[in-house]
Design a protein around this ligand. Sequence first.
Ligand code: SAM
Ligand code: SF4
Ligand code: SF4
Length: 334
Amino acid sequence: MQLLDTLNRPLRDLRISVTDRCNFRCVYCMPKEIFGSDYQFLSRDEILTFEDIERLARIFVTHGVSKIRLTGGEPLVRRDLHLLISMLSKIPDLDLTLTTNGALLAKQARALKDAGLKRVTVSLDSLDNEIFQAMNDVDFPVEKVLEGMDVAAEVGLLPIKVNMVVKRGLNESSVLPMARYFREKGYILRFIEYMDVGHSNGWRMDDVVPAAEIVKMINAEMPLEPVDPNYKGEVAERWRYKDGSGEIGVVASVTQAFCSTCNRARLSAEGKLYTCLFAVKGHDFRELIRNGATDDEISQEIARVWGKRGDRYSELRSENTMSLPKVEMSHIGG
Ligand code: SAM
Ligand code: SF4
Ligand code: SF4
């Protein structure tokens, strides 16, 4: 039975955060002033086990979920992640993927592929070390991320997609070099508007570089034409190079909200289900599991939560919504 929320949107896409920890401190996501050495991350017994995650994933699939993306924090810092991949990759008809900062990808790509992962998305905000290091704030070099992508490509984790968050005054100058480089490489580069997720990144509208501006900038040097979406609800607007040399995407979550087709749910590492990236409150599934709920009971709870969903934060974004105590991106993984 297909689940529909109050705005008639089905549930198709589930993002599972496997840890709230990360080896980067990206200024727009986990700024050091807040996520410093005294920050209390979740303890091991607070996070869902691989068995919990697999069980929930299977129940979500019965409700129409056809795509699962593992995320974090940084998913590759969760110990033995390949074991979870091998459990999830056995679920039939499921598009299973993962978003990573790439730091540990060179080491783990082979094990992930062997466990059944098909493809990866790697985040990278600049090819310029000075800019990239100022953004990841742990002095992590660009070359290591590029090496991670190359190993991922070698072992066949394809197609590789690259996510670049663009923040005004920080990395706009990297847009064209990134476009040129990844066009050459044949990887799909996606530009993401800087969003007001959480409440720790000090977001201001002035910091957003609108997707239309990015397309215009690239089009002036490498002519582009629009491409139809792959499926309804695809968040990245697709553009291809007119000379046939590949495509890019832009995720205009701020300037062109796409809430009307949003079919995503997010499960945090501690088992809370969020029905919007900007949600203030999650629904506790860990509690249900630990209290011995049956699959049927869990399934009914998913149906109940989705059935009353009416989220459309980006369409309503205003001075008032910006100050809400929203969940942090590093908890629910973007
Ligand atoms: N650590 C992994 C990574 O960076 O790819 C996965 C988790 S991260 C939260 C997922 C995605 O969210 C990344 O591509 C990241 O750049 C993006 N992101 C984080 N904070 C953001 C913000 N404020 N606005 C837009 N995108 C953001
Ligand atoms: Fe870590 Fe990803 Fe957030 Fe950067 S965007 S701090 S890599 S979770
Ligand atoms: Fe979906 Fe919420 Fe983003 Fe709108 S604001 S697209 S409902 S996650």
